[in-house]
Design a protein around this ligand. Structure first.
Ligand SMILES: NC(=O)c1ccc[n+]([C@@H]2O[C@H](COP(=O)([O-])OP(=O)(O)OC[C@H]3O[C@@H](n4cnc5c(N)ncnc54)[C@H](OP(=O)(O)O)[C@@H]3O)[C@@H](O)[C@H]2O)c1
Length: 357
């Protein structure tokens, strides 16, 4: 199968390098270009410091291009690039993603700038896949969600389907890498950081309602904790129909089996894994079947893509408490957005040839 040509927007950031890592051996997508900020422009990609824990995978011999240049976009368009994965900061994404879209390249974004914008589907493959169809409009821009949303919404979508969600509360403990590389390194080196994450709770609540098409009472608090990766949420939810621990476990497992998207290269073997107790260090790279100890995300695309659910109890006949956990830069960012593009491609929504805008 001939792979389609893709670009990554961002050279040396955490999500940019997770994208490069996951594209190094991707069966459908060929990493053809990397375009970044002025700090690494014209550097060979191999000279950009590698900041992920795993070794740098073998990457093509590319020079980092100027992400803000219309000439870059038109050269890549003319050379057959059809998709760009954006890991730009919000402000730069707001300004630059339209440049790429208007240049005829479909943008799949991890940034928050266009989440919920008209004509830009905000999608989690297992939860609202049909939203990618964009009401029959051409798909030229789509967004993945906030990383904190994943461990919250996957189990609640499963339970909502069976019991009807009335309200929920969520408290998060989020890994430092969610704040970007500089923030994480400073916190790890100095040992102190602010646990507050301004705007995160509001963003997560709004994206939850948008994706699930649900309106109801919710109360969310988000905080950073001293851990490099992994977002852990503690949830209590009330439902319209009666619950009990055994049927809740069954509802989670059944939903997970029914929503597996095994044909897509980045799909976890199942989206949810239910355990008795969550162990953050052990469960970070859950793949829906097990917990790889030393995964190689450049080859094992399912690792880190499943959400782990644990400590499930029913304190009343309509209330469920659970915890859930997932990898924020894999499922919550680079893996999630590539998964989204795979779904769009598989549905025939991405042209394999650039389309003149
Ligand atoms: N970290 C997470 O868990 C996570 C989860 C979901 C979504 N996101 C989103 O993903 C994006 C990247 O986050 P990150 O964690 O990778 O941050 P990061 O480690 O701080 O990296 C910042 C990225 O932004 C790019 N950048 C900075 N200034 C720029 C400019 N003036 N013009 C163009 N690009 C510029 C950098 O590109 P160069 O390397 O080329 O300088 C770099 O790739 C953000 O929008 C973030 O909200 C992150």
């Amino acid at each position: 199968m001939e792979r389609i040509k893709v670009a990554v927007l961002g050279a040396g950031g955490l999500v940019a390098q997770r994208l490069q890592q996951r594209l190094a051996n991707h069966p459908w997508f060929e990493l053809t270009a990397v375009a970044g900020s002025p700090r690494f422009q014209n550097h060979g990609l191999g000279d950009v410091p590698w900041i992920l824990d795993e070794q740098r995978p073998e990457l093509p011999p590319l020079n980092v291009l100027d992400v803000a240049s219309a000439d870059t976009v038109s050269e890549l368009f003319n050379s057959g690039v059809v998709i760009a994965f954006s890991s730009l900061p919000r402000e730069q994404a707001a300004q630059l993603e339209p440049l790429w879209v208007n240049g005829g390249i479909t943008v799949f974004s991890n940034a928050s700038a266009f989440r919920g914008a008209r004509g830009v589907p905000l999608v989690i493959p297992e939860v609202n896949p049909t939203s990618l169809e964009n009401g029959g409009e051409d798909l030229n821009h789509a967004c993945a969600t906030n990383c904190t949303l994943l461990p919250l919404i996957l189990p609640l979508a499963a339970l909502h389907e069976t019991y009807g969600l009335k309200q929920y509360t969520m408290r998060s403990e989020q890994g430092l890498s969610g704040g970007g590389h500089e923030y994480m390194m400073s916190a790890l080196q100095n040992g102190h950081f602010s646990s507050e994450i301004p705007g995160e709770a509001e963003k997560t609540e709004a994206e939850f309602s948008h994706i699930l098409g649900w309106e109801g009472d919710a109360s969310l608090t988000c905080q950073r904790v001293m851990r490099a990766d992994g977002h852990h949420v503690f949830v209590e939810a009330t439902f319209e129909r009666p619950v009990d621990a055994e049927s809740v476990q069954l509802a989670l497992e059944t939903w997970s089996q029914n929503h597996s998207m095994g044909d897509l290269p980045s799909a976890p073997k199942q989206p949810l894994t239910v355990v008795d107790r969550i162990q953050p260090a052990v469960h970070l790279f859950a793949d829906g079947e097990g917990f790889p100890v030393h995964p190689n995300p450049a080859k094992d695309l399912a690792a880190g893509m499943a959400v782990v659910v644990g400590n499930v109890t029913c304190p009343s006949s309509t209330t469920v408490r659970f915890e859930a956990y997932s990898h924020n830069t894999v499922r919550g960012a680079a893996g999630g957005v590539i998964f989204l593009a795979e779904l769009a491609y598989w549905k025939g929504l991405v042209s394999t040839k650039p389309v003149h805008p």
